[in-house]
Design a protein around this ligand. Sequence first.
Ligand SMILES: Cc1cc2nc3c(=O)[nH]c(=O)nc-3n(C[C@H](O)[C@H](O)[C@H](O)COP(=O)(O)OP(=O)(O)OC[C@H]3O[C@@H](n4cnc5c(N)ncnc54)[C@H](O)[C@@H]3O)c2cc1C
Length: 388
Amino acid sequence: MLPNLYLSADEKAELAAFTDSLERFCDAEIEPHYAAWEKAGLVDRELFRKMGEHGYLCADVPEQYGGVGASVHFSFAVIEVLSCRGYGGFVGGLQVHTDIVPPYLLHCGTEAQREYWLPRMVSGDAVAAIGMTEPGAGSDLKAIRTTAIRDGDGYVINGSKIFISNGQHCDLLVLAAKTDPAAGAKGVSLFLVDTRAAGFARGKNLDKVGQHAGDTSELFFDNLRVPADALLGGVEGQGFVQMMRELPRERLIIGVQAVYGAQGALDVALKYVQERQAFGHAIGQFQNTRFTLAQCATEVATSEAFLNACIAAYQQGLLTPEAVSALKLQTTEMLGRVADACLQLFGGYGYMTEYPISRFWTDARVLRIYGGTSEIMKELVARSILGR
Ligand SMILES: Cc1cc2nc3c(=O)[nH]c(=O)nc-3n(C[C@H](O)[C@H](O)[C@H](O)COP(=O)(O)OP(=O)(O)OC[C@H]3O[C@@H](n4cnc5c(N)ncnc54)[C@H](O)[C@@H]3O)c2cc1C
């Protein structure tokens, strides 16, 4: 509804060319296969390599690590386009690979860790995942029980993770484990686990309510031995600090997914209401339909304005944890409302999987849960305004 006021005319033109080519890539390489991937429960592994070849992965990674060093807008544009097209399941895993894991390496990793993993991630040769959640610890991350105990020239890891996006495809797992199980949050460290290591096992691809094309798995570590240089940044006990530092980007990208998922739902509804007839009129002529669509468009536009302000703050290093928590809360709750209202406009057809609106609706639900639940976002915002 409003142009992005934070971008120059040149940046807008470059981004438009980038997204045009991505749209063509989606038409050729994703759309013809997406229904089959939804049924299979995961995308074809080759899709990551193809996206890498075209420069669509980790676009803001600097050139020295194999990227193109573009602004974050290019990386976010990939999530924008795919979310708008209704590929929510794939986006759930893609954003972990392309927006969540690279900053851990760039900001917290050693030079050797960056040089090894980032070029592989940019090309799509290595798919990345992040393993924080465990069966007994989700919102309360400091309660994780996976341990990494120092043993000679490495660490021995035991435990398990659950709900891990890209769990089936991942070659790199950024793993949260306790190097000092008695020290609470201060005992948490992050490891860069090469998933070919002995002692690493993937559980089955979990059967979800939505986001079917994204693989989500349990992972098991049975005396998994990693070298000492797999410790992120080479310092023990920094895991919690590192996670808190990088969570804003995770929540920001979920905001992108939410806003453009809602825009996509609105787009398919706008088309449908002009075609479907009832009582001698297109249903788009009923006042209720017009008001519903106006309400949805207003919700998307106001969320997008907040998102753009948060992206601009992020680029300047000024995005606060409370602002991005408010963004995640606002945009993901908004997506739920918009997807639901748009589905209603389809009547019974909206409940049929054959109609894309049904996928927008089922894919939307989990955004209020992953990356920190809406309740945890409210806690974080409340803490910042109440001072405790
Ligand atoms: C499809 C999918 C993909 C995911 N991908 C990943 C991934 O790649 N990596 C990863 O590590 N994790 C991933 N997760 C896990 C996700 O981040 C967690 O599910 C989420 O953080 C919530 O944790 P939980 O499921 O243990 O719920 P719980 O923490 O048990 O919460 C249960 C309920 O209690 C509420 N609650 C908890 N604490 C409080 C509180 N203090 N105040 C008020 N209410 C509270 C919650 O809001 C929720 O409503 C994924 C989950 C899903 C479903």
